[in-house]
Write a protein that binds this ligand. Sequence first.
Ligand code: HAM
Length: 417
Amino acid sequence: MKFKSVKGTKDILPGEVEAWQHVERVIHRVMRDFNYREIRTPVFETTALFSRSIGELTDIVSKEMYTFTDRSEESITLKPEGTASVLRAYIQHNLGEQSQLVKVYYLGPMFRQERPQAGRLRQFHQFGAEAIGSQSALLDVEMMALALEIYRQLGIEQYELNINSVGCEKCRPKYKELLVAELTKLQDTLSPESQTRLKQNPLRVLDSKDENDKAATKNAPLMKDYLCDECSAHFTAVRQLLDTLGTKYSIDGRLVRGLDYYTKTAFEITSTALGSQDALAGGGRYDLLVEELGGKPAPGVGFAAGIERLLMVLEKSGNTPKDESGPVLFFVALDDNSLQWAFAEAATLRAKGISVELDYLGRSIKAQMREANRQHARYVIVVGENELKSGKAKLKDMLSGTETEISLQQIQSSFQV
Ligand code: HAM
């Protein structure tokens, strides 16, 4: 029997992982520059946390979650996104009492049982940030700026920022009524999926990818034109701050997002390099969610971004970082005695932070040299009986090809960084 990775999951192999590490380094650095601190929450949570926050009727909760009953008969779900877990931890550990504004970020695997395709996986990775405790539009825009700064530092320039306001509990219900009345008139022309959404989650009809739906709802009312004074002022502030930063953006009145917890600002960053799954990142404000999850009311805003999609864009633009550096030093040993000496010397050098490799396969000298070359070793030292006796050996610089003599006593000091 041959085992294969489960559909929609991927191994990240040596040779690929270097690009991930590079991206992760940039994420950690930029998050620190914006003064966000890392939070790590468990990979699974109780199912109700997600249905409560993301919304029972969303695609994520109704169709895509990896949910199972564990041996204690508890319903558990692998986290499909990070926000709910972060807010659960915020409430559970009273983080709001220690500081009025909590700024955290995360990085890790998420799970959704979607139909796999390019840029859509069942285990994928997100990085994201949440700022809990302030209503300021500065933070809405900081989230966008944070994501865009990470992209900028990685050399991603091909993207679009789309923003919208999805209103609040004061203005949305009235708008929803109006939208339902308008869409009901068009009901027969809508796709079956939109007809279902009209009943369950009418705002999402506007988000339909179906061309017929798009045409039919061309003149449908949009939330952004029915905002209450508070939401309207907030949306204006967001736009002004984006202008202040000189950030280009478009207003997309149809942007509603696939999660129910948003209030006021919603945004997405898309890339034309991605094809049909074109969202690099998405986020927005969720001023009611902490309370909804049982905490003291606290406004919040955040975003999350897919790492696989980011890497796809980097690859398309030829910007995938490659790390071909091998060990600094490779010992080529001519006999068993020398190999044992090299093994002990390698341990000493490694303890000093010098990366060293040697031969474990009893290869010929020629094959050991070839291996050192294949692994991109920077230097090779050849040791045999004579070298051990004289205490001197040849040091080959694999880049220039030049050979010099080195004292075996002084390897450590010669390679000290
Ligand atoms: P989301 O839009 O569901 O938002 O996901 C954010 C990003 O994760 C997407 O833009 C996409 O890049 C990536 N992504 C989502 N699903 C997949 C998948 N199946 N395969 C590959 N990549 C995927 C959230 O998750 C919210 N928690 C964002 C947020 C944080 N809002 C406020 N705070």
